[in-house]
Design a protein around this ligand. Structure first.
Ligand SMILES: O=C[C@H](O)[C@H](O)[C@H](O)COP(=O)(O)O
Length: 296
């Protein structure tokens, strides 16, 4: 998968830009599973710590959950997912030749095609062995906010279709209550003609500042891969403490296509930490810590 090398120009890039600049890319030889230890990833300079954390989380999750017997694999969306594909490619052509990869949207479809992996769709493969995806925020019970990139409808379909749904993220997404770190609100995909009514409904439900997500380089709202609009609905902490109840209430609003609250779905979440370690939190409450710096 071609990934452009990082070109850091201190003083030119904004902090947001820097977060999107990839760290120096290690050479990943093709080979059998896990031939490239996660510890071979160099800890990147400060400006790219977030990117390094994403890569470590993604690589660790792939090593633990994308096994040779897995033939149908869901590929999620977001900035951590390119590292998922990178690690899957490193497992080698032999293991990948019998696999099919199902994307959650335009971005992951491009990643799959560019990596020369076989593309499928969920209508051909409604049962997926494992889906690995990113998240905007994850709470202590592994509930997630997703949809910062407006992909949450397809993401939820692939999460439900998967025997195992795994999240990969950097340390900034690790939270106790949803909405503490991700302030812009719960993404709600809506049928375009119904958005004003749904905005009203969301305000009545408690999201006073619910607003239509506007495009950055286009006049008007963003349009999802499914041709819908997205509303961002911030709710008070009291309501975010019970995301499952909130999810039910929002989903019942006619005109809502899907809600970016993913409750009780993740089997495990892998967080890449600032110090180069990875923390895996599991649905049953236990946690594992991988200190990659101490590996050979
Ligand atoms: O709609 C987008 C997806 O839910 C992403 O997985 C989520 O926004 C996380 O993206 P990122 O890893 O770029 O923060």
């Amino acid at each position: 998968m071609p990934i452009p090398p990082a070109v850091l120009a201190p003083g030119v890039l904004t902090p947001t830009d820097v977060e999107h600049v990839l760290p120096p890319q290690p050479t990943i030889p093709a080979g059998p599973l896990s031939t490239v230890p996660v510890s071979s990833v160099q800890v990147a300079p400060l400006a790219t710590v977030v990117e390094s954390a994403k890569r470590l989380a993604a690589w660790t999750a792939v090593d633990k959950h994308v096994l040779p017997e897995h033939k149908v694999i869901g590929i999620g969306s977001g900035s951590t997912v390119p590292f998922v594909v990178e690690r899957i490619v490193a497992q080698g052509p032999e293991v990948n030749k019998d696999r099919v990869f199902i994307p959650t949207g335009f971005q992951s479809k491009e990643l799959i095609v560019e990596a020369h992996l076989r593309l499928g769709d969920v209508d051909q493969y409604p049962t997926i062995d494992v889906t690995i995806d990113g998240a905007d925020e994850v709470d202590k019970d592994l509930n997630c906010i997703k949809g910062g990139g407006a992909c949450h409808l397809r993401e939820k379909v692939l999460a439900e279709a998967a025997d195992t749904w795994i999240i990969v993220a950097d340390y900034r997404k690790n939270s106790d209550v949803l909405g503490k770190n991700w302030k812009q609100g719960v993404p709600v995909e809506v049928a375009p003609f119904a958005y004003v009514k749904v905005l009203q409904n969301l305000r009545t439900l408690g999201s006073e500042k619910a607003s239509l997500r506007m495009a950055k380089m286009k006049a008007g709202p963003i349009v999802s891969d499914n041709g819908n609009f997205v509303i961002d609905a911030p709710f008070p902490e009291e309501q975010m403490k019970d995301p499952f109840t909130l999810l039910g209430r929002i989903k019942m609003l006619t005109g809502v296509v899907e809600v970016g609250l993913f409750c009780h779905m993740a089997k495990a979440v892998y967080f890449g930490n600032q110090d180069g370690s990875v923390t895996a939190k599991w649905h049953d409450g236990h946690a594992e810590h991988y200190d990659n710096s101490s590996e050979d």
